[in-house]
Write a protein that binds this ligand. Structure first.
Ligand code: ADP
Length: 363
């Protein structure tokens, strides 16, 4: 027998006497449909207490009739869930947590507030999670396995290319092989970096001196800029640093600056800035380059998505730069914002929330 709490009559209580029977029938149907769902459905009152739930919720959360009114946090104890619960927006993507009953099961909790109450739906996403893990491992392993053969090929190509007696009609072929192996090597390195970032969910956070990091990114950009002749301006308005992952952030910020250089016609203007805002600290790169048409913006952080494949290849791009940026920012709870006008220029920016901002240590 089910311990599920019965649905009480509807709260509106304004049904006409003639339609009361119908309405009760409808309510029963809805109740049976929700009961039959494989996903757990739980109604929470304005005090975060359990109000009503279906059979799947009993199985997933081990609820009993006597639990009515108990706080949801007595059952779902994952800190990620608590954090998510405190900052629900409409709509939201929910939060993924490990099942507390079985470490090999994964759940997705999604809350929809209505009035003072909330509807919580818990999905079993174990299969999806495992598939995602397989995909990550596969990409990581393939990239790793390709590394050694590529290094050997690059070494020999380098040696052969410098042979003075190489027949002239071979030279062009060797040049192309060297270029393409170098490109393959960059792709493999970027794929490996992406898998590492994805796997290391709980990466080590250390204090990052942003003035130092940005100066380093700027110096590298100046070296890359020699072939482009842009004017690059660095503006640092705050000494505040970040609590973060320095190697990954360096890679993300460099990717954005190098993109600004690559996608701006020679002699352009590029501004890099680090400023304090009411929500945290903001990093921005602004260029007056080719810009991006609106229909591409939402897809730019997908792996291998390029607006113009030919141009990206010609500039040595791997098509993975912005995917890396997105993942690194996710680790720091920051989002990438892209403002762009085709033919005018683009601004890529991100705000690191106050929780990650650190004042410079006093020595
Ligand atoms: P890629 O290696 O091709 O540069 P990214 O992931 O870094 O790959 O960028 C994806 C695509 O976004 C690029 O191919 C380019 O079309 C577009 N893009 C990125 N940055 C800019 C920019 N500053 N201005 C215009 N287009 C850009």
């Amino acid at each position: 027998m089910s311990n599920t709490m019965p649905i009480e009559n509807n709260q509106q209580g304004t049904l006409e006497p003639t339609s009361e029977k119908n309405a009760t029938g409808q309510l029963k149907k809805i109740s049976s449909a929700v009961q039959a769902l494989r996903d757990a459905v739980i109604l929470l009152n304005d005090d975060d207490g359990l109000e009503w739930w279906n059979q799947a919720a009993e199985d997933l959360l081990l609820l009993q009739v006597t639990d009515k009114g108990q706080s949801i946090f007595d059952f779902i104890r994952a800190p990620e869930f608590y954090q998510y619960y405190q900052s629900i927006t409409i709509p939201n993507d929910g939060v993924h947590i490990e099942s507390w009953r079985d470490a090999k099961r994964y759940l997705k909790c999604e809350i929809t507030p209505f009035g003072d109450e909330k509807l919580l739906i818990v999905y079993d996403v174990t299969r999806l999670h495992n598939l995602e893990e397989m995909r990550r491992d596969f990409v990581g392993n393939v990239s790793h396995e390709l590394r050694t053969p590529l290094t050997v090929m690059m070494g020999y190509l380098e040696n052969f290319s410098h042979q003075p007696d190489m027949p002239p009609h071979w030279r062009r072929g060797f040049e192309l092989m060297t270029q393409q192996t170098a490109r393959m090597n960059r792709i493999v390195n970027d794929l490996l970096l992406l898998s590492r970032i994805e796997i290391e969910e709980a990466h080590e956070l250390t204090y990052i001196d942003m003035t130092k990091l940005l100066t380093h990114v700027y110096d590298d950009a100046q070296a890359y800029n020699r072939a482009y002749g842009h004017t690059i301006h660095l503006q640092i308005d705050t000494y505040d640093g970040l609590q973060g992952s320095e190697m990954y952030l360096n890679s993300a910020l460099s990717n954005l600056v190098i993109n600004a250089i690559k996608y701006t016609p020679k002699g352009g203007n590029i501004s890099i800035s680090w400023t304090k805002t009411s929500e945290g600290c903001k990093f921005a790169v602004e260029d007056n380059g080719i810009g991006i048409a609106p229909q591409h913006i939402a897809r730019l952080t997908e792996r291998f998505y390029r607006i113009d494949k030919g141009r990206s290849r010609a500039t040595g791009g791997t098509g993975l730069g912005l995917a890396i940026v997105k993942h690194v920012l996710y680790q720091h709870e920051a989002n990438l914002k892209i403002d762009s006008v085709e033919g005018v220029g683009s601004t890529f920016s991100m705000v690191f929330p106050t929780a990650y901002v650190r004042s410079a240590p006093t020595s």
